[in-house]
Design a binder for this molecule. Structure first.
Ligand SMILES: Cc1cc2nc3c(=O)[nH]c(=O)nc-3n(C[C@H](O)[C@H](O)[C@H](O)COP(=O)(O)OP(=O)(O)OC[C@H]3O[C@@H](n4cnc5c(N)ncnc54)[C@H](O)[C@@H]3O)c2cc1C
Length: 292
């Protein structure tokens, strides 16, 4: 393996100036559960690894008084799912944070790293999309924000410009009668890569019988995680019934653009999108009914 400098940055200014100086020969390390594996596998060579775990803003996890959640880019998954208030308010995020890898991986791995690594099968990205997440990116030239669904641009590629880093992911306060869920299909019970995954979020009317709005996102069935806009739009105003979920699954399946590979075929993945959309919608609605 090519030797590299390990540099624990203590603030954002230091980190982005290192990224600007080393260019593509430097990368940020959050948990390192993707980065170190890829370095050992010689997928790329680096001269510098900039550890983000000593940067306060990247390690901050804040549930504000107004109910909005801010997740620092390097916050490990276990901190998210060990916070009872976050568990109650952000169920789709908890589904993902508690299934990435296993307990050991979750003690290091972050949702920020999952997002920046940008694999289509990443389990953390679709839940962030359906919870309407917004990313904050900072570089030597300043700070900008964008929707999570705009951040990944291809397999392993994202919208970060030269010298930029992800600082945090903000999620707005979920509305009353909101529920969300994420499920994936893998051949084993854990420690595997999703053949397909679906996250669904719904906001119900006060009666709990009608869907006012919904967001659906698909994993592992395209070059990036996909915000399924047609299926999301279809659900607005529909009754919260199994028939509606099944129709939404059919629409979502038309928005998937999967490939066949060693884990599954195109046909299987289209089928799975339908099944997982139905199941996650049913679970999201059930959670929404318990959340007034
Ligand atoms: C045994 C094992 C099981 C796994 N199981 C799963 C699974 O079930 N589901 C799943 O989705 N993933 C899984 N993974 C992959 C990995 O654990 C996750 O993607 C994890 O969320 C990555 O987070 P991290 O903090 O470790 O990222 P890192 O490895 O630190 O970083 C990943 C990439 O993002 C970049 N990066 C990180 N932070 C920033 C930042 N702030 N700004 C700019 N770039 C940044 C890094 O440079 C690197 O390119 C598994 C990995 C292992 C080793």
């Amino acid at each position: 393996m090519h030797p590299y400098q390990y540099i624990p940055a203590t603030n954002i200014t230091e980190a982005v100036s290192l990224l600007a100086r080393y260019g593509p020969r430097a990368r940020v390390m959050a948990g390192g559960t993707d980065l170190l594996v890829q370095l050992r596998g010689e997928r790329y060579e680096l001269d510098a690894v900039v550890d983000a775990k000593a940067i306060p803003e990247l390690m901050a996890l804040t549930l504000a008084k107004d109910g909005a959640l801010s997740i620092g880019a390097a916050v490990p998954c276990y901190q998210v799912y060990e916070d009872e208030a976050i568990v109650a308010a952000f169920p789709g995020i908890i589904d993902a944070a508690s299934l990435i890898g296993g307990i050991q991986v979750q003690s290091r791995a972050s949702l920020g790293g999952n997002l920046c690594n940008a694999t289509p099968s990443a389990d953390g990205i679709c839940p962030l999309i359906v919870h309407s997440g917004v990313v904050t990116l900072t570089g030597v030239g300043g700070t900008r924000t964008m929707l999570v669904e705009e951040f990944t641009t291809g397999p392993g590629r994202n919208a970060l410009a030269h010298g930029e880093m992800l600082v945090k992911i903000d999620l707005p306060k979920p509305a009353a009668h909101f529920g969300a869920a994420y499920q994936r299909f893998i051949p084993r019970n854990e420690m595997d890569i999703a053949v397909a995954g679906v996250a669904s979020a719904v906001t119900l009317d006060a009666s709990g019988q009608k869907i006012e709005s919904a967001r659906i996102a698909l994993a592992s069935v395209g070059p990036t995680p996909i915000f399924a806009k047609k299926a999301s739009d279809f659900l607005a105003g529909q009754p919260a019934t199994e028939e509606t979920y099944a129709k939404a699954g059919e629409v979502a399946s038309t928005e998937a653009t999967p490939i066949s590979d060693m884990r599954g075929t195109i046909e299987q993945r289209h089928h799975l999108v339908g099944v997982l959309t139905r199941r996650t919608l049913a679970q999201a609605v059930q959670r929404a009914r318990g959340n007034s």
